[in-house]
Design a protein around this ligand. Structure first.
Ligand code: HEC
Length: 130
């Protein structure tokens, strides 16, 4: 085997190793349901909230702005609220409310919404996140 052929073989072996490692990592998070490939980052309630609701419900988002207008400054950030029952969060997400559009099961599965709702319903989430 020429030197070049050996170098190519070594590179291929290394590359295959990396690919199989990456495959093992993406398969890891959940045994019951396959991880959603469209969600980046952690897929717990907090991570899903950031990925799926954050672009409207973090600082500067339209959800934050509209909630401040309707409910006042103290109630504008969902992640800081202590008065959001999980069933209310799920009903709002599936039906929309005022200027918030309906979030479909294609965008956020029932399983994901359960996790997001449980996270938003946890009174001490702000302290827990610190
Ligand atoms: C496209 C922007 C947008 C996205 C994405 C979005 N929301 Fe909203 N949301 C809004 C707006 C705007 C409001 C305020 C509507 C109003 O009252 O005028 C709102 C309001 C809410 C409320 C009502 C709070 C209250 O006190 O009545 C809940 C609960 C809520 N959103 C949950 C979610 C969840 C959970 C997600 C992610 C699955 C999400 N939203 C994604 C825009 C968004």
């Amino acid at each position: 085997m020429s030197r070049i052929a050996m170098a190519i073989a070594a590179t291929l072996a290394a590359a295959t190793g990396i690919v199989s490692l990456a495959g093992a990592q993406t398969a890891a998070p959940s045994a019951s349901a396959p991880a959603n490939p469209y969600v980046r980052g952690p897929q717990d309630g907090a991570g899903l909230f950031l990925a799926r609701c954050g672009y409207c419900h973090l600082e500067g988002g339209t959800g934050t702005m509209m909630l401040e207008r309707r409910l006042g400054k103290a109630n504008r950030l969902l992640a800081e609220r202590t008065d959001l029952p999980a069933d209310y969060v799920k009903a709002v997400a599936r039906n929309g409310i005022n200027s918030m559009p309906t979030i479909t099961r294609v965008e956020v599965t029932d399983e994901e919404l359960d996790k997001i709702a449980a996270y938003l319903a946890t009174p001490k989430k702000k302290a827990a996140a610190k």
